[in-house]
Design a protein around this ligand. Sequence first.
Ligand SMILES: [Cu+2]
Length: 240
Amino acid sequence: MRRQYGWFWLVQVAAVVETALLFTAGVILRDAEALGFAFVLLLTLGWIVFRPGKIVPVLVRGLVFADVAFWMLPAAVTNGVSHDTAPSIILPGVLSATSVVGLVAALAFLLSRGNLAAGRGLARAVSLVGLLAILAITGYAAATGSTNTGGRAGDLVIAATNARFSTNTLTADHGTVTVDFTNNDLFWHTFTVSALDVDIRSPVKGHERISFNAPPGTYEFFCAIPGHKQIGMRGTLVIR
Ligand SMILES: [Cu+2]
């Protein structure tokens, strides 16, 4: 088959890049969710090689691209605006750019009803825009990303890794309480204390430091992402 640089080619490129990114992120962050998405994309690559028909795998990829873009785009913006560390901006930023390009290419390919020649010329222009976006995000992160994400003495330090909190009990004196929350996973987590109106939302590799006022008592903290409290992302905050 002669190579045609159309929408299908761009879907392939985006899928290969995204698989590599998700796999790398999954291994480095030890994140099962990222590895799961990488595995789904690998299956669609296998499907295209071993089975006729390209509509179904491209449709599946379109859904993966849409889902990743939906979570990673706000993560990149949040971390970028709060001048988080460079990797915490670059990882979701590059994943967003790749997903948006992949999504555009997948939709265009599906609208062409699987025409392998569709989008020649235009697809290359879109890939160039994606590449420039990746370079711009990387440059912005390198220029503005902070290197200091350490908490300060007296902070309640807690992290979320692989959908688990690093501790299930936090203790502090009443008055002003500061929580230093880091999310090591690819997807969002929160540190939420309903009774105190605390709801810290943190994207991938995000790091938030928030102070609030707390009277003495025993409170429940949990992650407010649907399903996470049920799988154990909860604990007790004791204010003396
Ligand atoms: Cu969570």
